[in-house]
Structures are given as structure tokens and as C-alpha cells.
Design a protein around this ligand. Structure first.
Ligand code: ADP
Ligand code: ADP
Ligand code: MG
Ligand code: MG
Length: 601
């Protein structure tokens, strides 16, 4: 089976020589394999030989040809149109269980949720036909999905969907937070949920005045208070801090009672692991096709994902497994490695006051910064970068130090011209250089974006551009503010590895502000904890070892983590569970470094 994909937004036949049409060997023999229809290239899949000439000739990289085993066709669930994305398989909702979905962006996770929510009727890959519900039910015969769609089609169950892109909500919904939520409180849960998610401070605000994290909490509340049968929740933890992520995870778990279906797409593996009973891994080629794997238990599923190999399907999703360091020996920094130190500092911004304990960083050190939103993390990073000055205290830089900064808000970047021009003129590197291509552009998926205008890139693409721009600059200190926002799990792992490698190779020191605990655990040697009252006052502790810093941070949250015995990844203990109490009361360890569980035989 051959899939020919034409990315509509990239194909611009008026701006190229239509070489895809001219050079196609099938076309030359008189048939019509590639044509221009409605101003886009249209490729006939039955005629296509998979020679790949059109793929190479297209200057905009709009064409992808993939070969898939024929037996996949039997699982085709939906295709958006001719030469468009194709989805194989679906996650299987189950009453009383939370089903988690992990996978790269562009492989059909949101599409699957929209199908389960009844917003898209699946066409089983047959784009020219109207498929009846009875045929769809026949297609899913023998699986739970048959029963599910039967109930959905006949209106016996209803679904709500929390969209992935919360920033679009104010365009379709007008009003104030409290007003809107009070009108849809069908389960009488609003009071409890708004307390958990701390909605009080924004109760009277208009949606247009909310930050990303505030909109996210509003959207989650608006879905959870509805009295329906199916809850479809797309990327709930984006823009939230760790406390909010854990609260949200707890809420979703508690509300997934035995009569409800819940399906969650999530890239933060700690959150996904904590929320889900079982997981589906999605793989494929972003933008071209996606395949839902069979469900796995959550522990086994997340581990398989990290290992990068799906045994039952015999699919390799990554060349190398992701491993976590256990019991790292705290690093003894040598005096000659000292790079920057700071005295105790105070910075006042409007009503907000930040106190910073003295500290120092060393060549080769990655310091993770942890703390809630609105506590002064970005302010601290800006003080170090010299963008703002402290009211009291000073930053002591040894000699001339070059600082490279990735801002949290990508709107702070200049977005003119193509990525190629940006790299060449703003960053000052040669995008053709083979070292730069193989170490930065290829792993970050930027090679195929070189000719794109920066202002046409998606959030995730722009984030990768921002990270590359920061790390490509030769610097002594890298300040990386919330790099994982908008990124899927796969890129989070790639970015974490790249940050480590650059820091070590260049003997630089790197600060990473990030709410994803797995990413922090993977990347950081040391941790700097910020505590206090968001928006009012913040206290920044001196950097300390990973273990000590995590303990300080988590004991404030009253959350304990254990280690998975196979992969070493951190996992949240259920509050009040035996391990949770044992770690708090006996071990006094909120962040356990070595696996505690007995191996399974
Ligand atoms: P994910 O949620 O895994 O990131 P999506 O389900 O949003 O992926 O999208 C999968 C693919 O389908 C993407 O390549 C996207 O561009 C494409 N797609 C999404 N919606 C449509 C649509 N309405 N028409 C055509 N293609 C679409
Ligand atoms: P974080 O990065 O931890 O989320 P920030 O450092 O961005 O927090 O902000 C900390 C607090 O300072 C917030 O309450 C923010 O509203 C406030 N703040 C930030 N910049 C300014 C400013 N220029 N004027 C007034 N208040 C500010
Ligand atoms: Mg999505
Ligand atoms: Mg910030």
C-alpha cells in the first residue's frame, strides 16, 4: 500500500516550475499520476510507483510518499481528503478507566479524540463516500468500539471535548469566567473544582484577559463540570505549573467514576502516568499517517515508549532507549570551574517582590529551576542575563561572559524572513554546514523548515527554532526559559539530550526553567527551587543537588515520587498510599533515587 501525501499549506504550484508534474515518469508515459487540481498537486496512489522523483523535485517539501504493509489498510479509520493525512486504528474508551495517549505531534491524536467525540464521522479511509453508521459499526465489530459508536450514534451517550489549543477559546466564547462556569455546572462540582484549580483570583475576569495557564484551567473546569458520559481531554497540562498539573491529574482520576469514559492526550509523562489506567502509543509519520497501537497497562506502556520498541507490533519508534540516572553522585565542583556567582539579591516589580539567596554556577553544570507560575523564575533569569538590574545585590561574572537566552514567550523573538535567513543573519551560522545540520537542524526537525517563513510556523516548530537559535550561539551561559511548551514527548527527550550535550561540550553553564519533572530529572545536575506566594512574593533558594532540590520542592507540594524499577523514570505515588506514607514518614524522601519496588518475576 502506498500513501501519497501533499501538504496543502506548503504546495504552491504558482510559485514553482511544477517539476513534480513534468518529471514524473508515469506522466511522461502519458498517464496522469501527478496533476494540478484546484491549485494543488494531486497524486494518484494507484498509479504512483514510489520512485520519489516528485518528492525530490518539490522546492517546498510538500510531498511525502510512504509505503505501508497492505494489512494496515484493513485498519484505516479516517482520511481527511485526497493526498491528506490518514489515521489507522483508534484508542478504545472503557467505562470507569482513564485511557492515555502518547505520541508525536501530527500523528492523529486530536483527530482520534474528535472522532470519539462524534465531531468527525470516520470515513474508513474512503474519501469520496458517505459512510453510514451501520457500516462503521460493522467495521468495529467485535471490539469495544462497536458498542461505543453504537451508543454515540444513537445519542445514548454524550461527549465533551477540551480542545488542545486553549488560546482560541476567547474567539468563540465571550464573557467572564465565573458567569460562564456557573451556567454549565451540571454536576454541582463547580465549587470543588474551582477550589482545586484555584479559579477564585480570575473569577470575574473576561476570557480575553486570561493568561495561557488561566485559560487552560478554565477550559478544564468547563469540561469536568458537564454531566456527560465521555470526557475527551486534549493536552491538559500545557502552560500549567507542577502543582496545577498534579491537581488536575488528581481531579481527572477522581471524576473518572465507573460509569464515565475518559480519554486524555498528554505529553508530560509524569502526568500521563499518574492519570491513566492504560495507554495507547501512536506512531507513524507526522503529517502523513498515524497508527494507534493496542492498549497497554500504563507502566508497561510508558516504559515501552521510553525504550522505543513496541514488542507486540515489532515496531522501532526510536533508535536509542531513554535512560535515567540513578543515585547520581553529587558533583564536587572545582574552584576553577566557577563561572558566575551572585550575592543575595532583591528585585521589586510593581506589587511583586523577589528575594534571591546567594549562589554560584560552574562550567558543565545544568541547573533546573522549579517553581509555580508567577513566582519570579523568568525575572531571575533576566537578572542573570543582564536584561534587568537588581534593586539590591549584584551578579558577579568572571571576566567577559557571553550569555545566550531563550525567552519563555516566543513573541519576544523577531519573526522576519525564512528560517534559513534567520539562522544565517540573526544567529550567525551557516545552515549548510554539515556539523550544524547533523547536530542541530536534523534532530530538531528543522531541515525541512529552512525555506519556510518564520511567521507561518506552528507553536512547536517555533519553539524548536528558538531552542536551536539559543544553543547554536557560542556562549558561556545558556538561559532556557520553558523549552518544552508546545513540544511533544519525542522532541522533549531530544531537546533534553541536546541541552546536556551542548553544556558539556562547550563547558558552559545552563539554566533550564521547566515544569516537566521527567525533563528536569533527565537534564539537571542541580536544582534551584522557588517558593512563595505567586504574584506577591517569591523566595529563590541557592542551587543544590538534584536529589536535595527535588526533595525541597516536593515536600512543599506534599507529593512523593518513586522510581520505576525498569527505566528509572520518576513516578508519582498515589496520595495516602503505602509508599507515599512510608517515604514521607520513615524515609523522609520525597524524591526517591533508587527503585523501591520489588522486581516482578
Ligand atoms: P496530533 O493531535 O497528533 O498532533 P492531529 O490529529 O491534530 O494530530 O492532526 C494529524 C494530521 O492531520 C496533521 O498533519 C494535520 O495537519 C492533519 N489535519 C488535521 N485536521 C485536518 C483537516 N480538517 N483537514 C486536513 N488535514 C487535517
Ligand atoms: P514566573 O516566570 O515564575 O512565572 P515572572 O518572573 O514572570 O514569574 O513574574 C513574577 C511576578 O512578577 C508575576 O506576578 C508578574 O506578574 C510580575 N511581573 C513581572 N514583570 C513585571 C513588570 N515588568 N511589572 C510588574 N510586575 C511584573
Ligand atoms: Mg493534537
Ligand atoms: Mg516564567
Amino acid at each position: 500500500m502506498r500513501l501519497a501525501i501533499v501538504k496543502k499549506d506548503l504546495c504552491k504550484p504558482r510559485r514553482c516550475n511544477k517539476e513534480c508534474v513534468r518529471f514524473c515518469p508515469i506522466n511522461r508515459s502519458g498517464a496522469k499520476c501527478v496533476e494540478i487540481i484546484e491549485d494543488k498537486a494531486r497524486i494518484s496512489e494507484p498509479l504512483c510507483l514510489g520512485c520519489g522523483i516528485c518528492v525530490k523535485k518539490c522546492p517546498f517539501r510538500a510531498i511525502t510518499i510512504v509505503n505501508l504493509p497492505d494489512e494496515y489498510e484493513r485498519r484505516a479509520v479516517h482520511r481527511y481528503g485526497p493526498n491528506a493525512f490518514k489515521l489507522y486504528g483508534l484508542p478504545i474508551p472503557q467505562r470507569g478507566r482513564v485511557i492515555g495517549i502518547i505520541g508525536p505531534n501530527g500523528t492523529g491524536k486530536s483527530t482520534a479524540l474528535k472522532i470519539l467525540g462524534g465531531r468527525i464521522r470516520p470515513n474508513l479511509g474512503r474519501i469520496d463516500e458517505e459512510i453510514s453508521w451501520s457500516e462503521i459499526l460493522r467495521f468495529f465489530r467485535g471490539s469495544e468500539l462497536q458498542n461505543y459508536f453504537d451508543q454515540l450514534a444513537s445519542g445514548r451517550i454524550r461527549a465533551v471535548y477540551k480542545p488542545q489549543e486553549v488560546s482560541k477559546i476567547p474567539q468563540i466564547l465571550k464573557g467572564r469566567v465565573g458567569e460562564i462556569l456557573s451556567k454549565i455546572d451540571e454536576r454541582g462540582l463547580l465549587r470543588e473544582i474551582s477550589k482545586e484549580l484555584n479559579l477564585n483570583p480570575i473569577w470575574n475576569r473576561r476570557l480575553t484577559q486570561l493568561s495561557g495557564g488561566e485559560l487552560q484551567k478554565f477550559a478544564i473546569a468547563a469540561v469536568l463540570i458537564r454531566d456527560v458520559d465521555v470526557y475527551l481531554i486534549d493536552e491538559p497540562s500545557s502552560f500549567l505549573d507542577i502543582r496545577e498539573r498534579l491537581k488536575l491529574a488528581g481531579l481527572i482520576r477522581r471524576l473518572a467514576t465507573k460509569d464515565k469514559y475518559t480519554v486524555v492526550v498528554e505529553h508530560d509523562l509524569v502526568v500521563l502516568d499518574y492519570i491513566s489506567d492504560s495507554v495507547h502509543i501512536v506512531y507513524g509519520e507526522p503529517g502523513a499517517y498515524g497508527i494507534f497501537s493496542l492498549p497497554r497497562g500504563v507502566r508497561v506502556g510508558v516504559n515501552a515508549y521510553l525504550r522505543g520498541y513496541l514488542r507486540e507490533e515489532n515496531i522501532l519508534i526510536r533508535d536509542e532507549p531513554i535512560r535515567f540516572k540513578l543515585n547520581p553522585v553529587p558533583i564536587e565542583w572545582r574552584p576553577e570551574d566557577l563561572l558566575v556567582s551572585w550575592s543575595s539579591m532583591i528585585k521589586v516589580l510593581g506589587d511583586f517582590k523577589l528575594y534571591i539567596e546567594p549562589g554560584e554556577i560552574h562550567r558543565g553544570e545544568v541547573i533546573g529551576i522549579l517553581g509555580p507560575n508567577g513566582i519570579g523564575k523568568t525575572t531571575f533569569v533576566k537578572l542573570l542575563a543582564g536584561i534587568i538590574k537588581p534593586d539590591k545585590g549584584y551578579v558577579n561574572i568572571q571576566g567577559e561572559l557571553k550569555v545566550s537566552y531563550k525567552p519563555q514567550f516566543l513573541a519576544e523573538m523577531e519573526l522576519e524572513g525564512t528560517l534559513y535567513e534567520h539562522l544565517k543573519y540573526n544567529v550567525g551560522v551557516n545552515p549548510e554546514d554539515s556539523h550544524i545540520k547533523s547536530n542541530f537542524l536534523r534532530p530538531l526537525g528543522l531541515l525541512e523548515l529552512l525555506e519556510r517563513d518564520l511567521n507561518t510556523l506552528s507553536g512547536g516548530e517555533l519553539q524548536r527554532v528558538a531552542i536551536a537559535s539559543c544553543l547554536l550561539r557560542d556562549a558561556d551561559v545558556y538561559l532556557i526559559d520553558e523549552p518544552m511548551a508546545y513540544l511533544d514527548v519525542e522532541y522533549r527527550l531530544i531537546v533534553a539530550k541536546l541541552i546536556r550535550r551542548i553544556t558539556e561540550e562547550r563547558k558552559a553553564a545552563t539554566f533550564v526553567v521547566e515544569h516537566d519533572i521527567i525533563a528536569q530529572d533527565f537534564v539537571s545536575d542541580s536544582i534551584m527551587v522557588f517558593l512563595g506566594t505567586p504574584g506577591v512574593s517569591g523566595h529563590a533558594y541557592s542551587p543544590e543537588g538534584l536529589h536535595k532540590g527535588m526533595n525541597r520542592f516536593l515536600s512543599d507540594l506534599e507529593v512523593t515520587f518513586r522510581r520505576d524499577r525498569d527505566t528509572g523514570r520518576p513516578r508519582v505515588n498515589k496520595p495516602g498510599s503505602w509508599l507515599d506514607r512510608y517515604q514521607k514518614e520513615v524515609l523522609k524522601e520525597y524524591y526517591y533515587m533508587a527503585p523501591l519496588e520489588e522486581p516482578e518475576h
